[in-house]
Design a protein around this ligand. Sequence first.
Ligand code: NDP
Ligand code: ZN
Length: 180
Amino acid sequence: TDQNDLALLLRTINFAAQKHSFQRRKDPEKTPYINHPIGVAHILASEGGITDVKVLQAAILHDTVEDTDTTLDEIEEEFGATIRHTVEEVTDKKALSYQERKAHQIARAPLVSERAKLVKLGDKLHNLRDLQRVRPVDWSQERVHQYFIWSGKVIEGLIGTNLPLEEKLRQLLATEDVIL
Ligand code: NDP
Ligand code: ZN
């Protein structure tokens, strides 16, 4: 990791922080949304052992196109074609219905690039930990359980990418009786 990588990563974090600045998470505390992409990148580095700056950048940016006015062209202009491609791979198609999006994630998971699979593993681990920490106000316990079941089906398609992350996901899912 050279000096340029650090400056690049900080520029990426700053970009995402601006894009998500008016967005909040679904937890009762309405945590600033940027905590999530930062948390995902931190999980990848500290628990997944990831040092590829492009993966960490994609993690920081992974929800910008899905959740804000950011376009893929803008991502490419700022961060290049590789990051654009990875972000595109982890972005749900807004045109699809809720059920279609959930089914599409399961079907797509095994087909995406190694970098995208890593981002998805970190994303699922952070979201499942968040849900286990505290339930969103309008979510029933049953809805949380269904989310764990669906996440298990997505993660199934990501197996073979990063052993430590997969092991932690396996343990977390098992606490909700979801067996990978
Ligand atoms: P989702 O199931 O997509 O919400 C989960 C997503 O919210 C996560 O994947 C995560 O995505 C994000 N998120 C934000 N904050 C948190 C947090 N604290 N913990 C975990 N994840 C968090 O459903 P939506 O909320 O998008 O709902 C879409 C529609 O589905 C609604 O109209 C709803 O009524 C309907 N629905 C209702 C159900 C019910 O039981 N009432 C069941 C299923 C659907 P990211 O990483 O992208 O931030
Ligand atoms: Zn996410």
